[in-house]
Design a protein around this ligand. Structure first.
Ligand code: ZN
Length: 134
């Protein structure tokens, strides 16, 4: 398995519209669109920076992962995502190596990506996402 590069950093926010005042307005990152991912109960906004992106995540449901994260920890960096070429092969390899996965199979992410999360308890508290984009 090869992690090709940092794909994006996922940042949990209370309100995307308010956060854009900083990320777009002050830091000057271009907003490349927003998308609701119903399956994950989030609305996302993508702001490319170099080869990577800042992904703002706003919950659409207090019971969703981002809703629970903000309730427990407040807004902030929620996950880091690495690009992989073949997520099925990456997950198979991780299982073989005893990696602890949240997602045994890839699920649908924003922007048509296929994604899977590793368990933060197995990565020193960092929620790691693998992300395949074709
Ligand atoms: Zn992500």
């Amino acid at each position: 398995m090869k992690l090709e590069r940092l794909d994006h950093i996922g940042i949990a926010v209370e309100k995307i519209d308010e956060s854009l005042a900083i990320w777009e307005g002050v830091l000057g990152l271009p907003l490349h669109g927003t998308e609701e991912v119903a399956e994950q109960k989030v609305r996302t906004a993508f702001l490319p920076v170099g080869d990577s992106e800042v992904e703002l995540l706003e919950t659409t449901d207090p019971e969703g992962a981002i809703g629970k994260y903000i309730a427990a920890k407040g807004p902030g960096i929620q996950h880091v995502a690495f690009r992989v070429d073949d997520i099925d092969a990456a997950l198979a390899e991780l299982k073989e190596k005893g990696g602890r996965l949240i997602d045994q199979e890839p699920r649908k992410g924003a922007g048509g990506a296929r994604i899977a999360f590793l368990h933060p308890k197995a990565t020193g508290g960092v929620l790691v996402e693998l992300c395949e984009r074709k």
